[in-house]
Design a protein around this ligand. Sequence first.
Ligand code: ADP
Ligand code: ADP
Ligand code: ZN
Length: 214
Amino acid sequence: MKVVMLGAPGAGKGTQAKKMAERWQIPHISTGDIFRANIKAGTELGAKAKEYMDQGLLVPDELVVDLVVDRLQQEDCKDGYILDGFPRTIPQAEALDAALEKVNDKLDKAINIDVPDENIINRMSGRRACVQCGATYHITYNPTKVEGKCDACNADLILRDDDKPETVKKRLGVYHEQTQPLIDYYAGKGILSNIDGTIGMDEVFHSIEKVLGA
Ligand code: ADP
Ligand code: ADP
Ligand code: ZN
């Protein structure tokens, strides 16, 4: 099963993608996580990406596309994957389709998690991310067992710099302009499913299971 997760920043893509990866035993590929790992490791790619991420802007397509296409060629992707945070622009979506077509392959589903802007700022200011494994929590909606420590690996949790309200507003603008058009793009291909993302995390997961017929 090859699935793309769509939705505004903070819609719950990462939260759901993680559950899906566990449920279907396929990799969860998050371009945001890949960039943050590169920043942490001090790579050249990380340094370039950081310039854009700090400003709430998208990293240029040419720095993203090859990275993802290479990742999808790895052995663990042969039975499927969940793409979280990619594609984010029409050119990225077209590049992905072209790369898949070349090997006679295609996406099965694009799942759009729908959450209005009003809810997003609140979600983001309460989001906490693990510095080590990338797991995300929410201080109210999904708290950790021990405050400030990751349930999975016990490392420290942080409020991401780009989750501060000013940057979130900027990211929402970028989302509406550059990423939202992907909803129509995948609807046109007949593989889009819209899910209400304002309900509880478990209910959202249940809706996803339903649209995937599993
Ligand atoms: P969120 O989960 O809140 O939507 P991500 O972790 O997916 O955020 O992304 C963080 C930042 O990384 C984005 O604001 C953007 O700068 C960069 N980024 C991630 N994926 C992409 C992509 N496919 N294209 C361009 N930039 C990206
Ligand atoms: P995205 O990957 O789309 O940026 P996340 O999965 O990181 O979004 O979720 C953003 C924040 O909202 C996190 O703090 C997460 O714990 C919380 N969250 C995710 N899904 C829900 C939900 N259905 N209801 C309430 N909070 C949620
Ligand atoms: Zn962790």
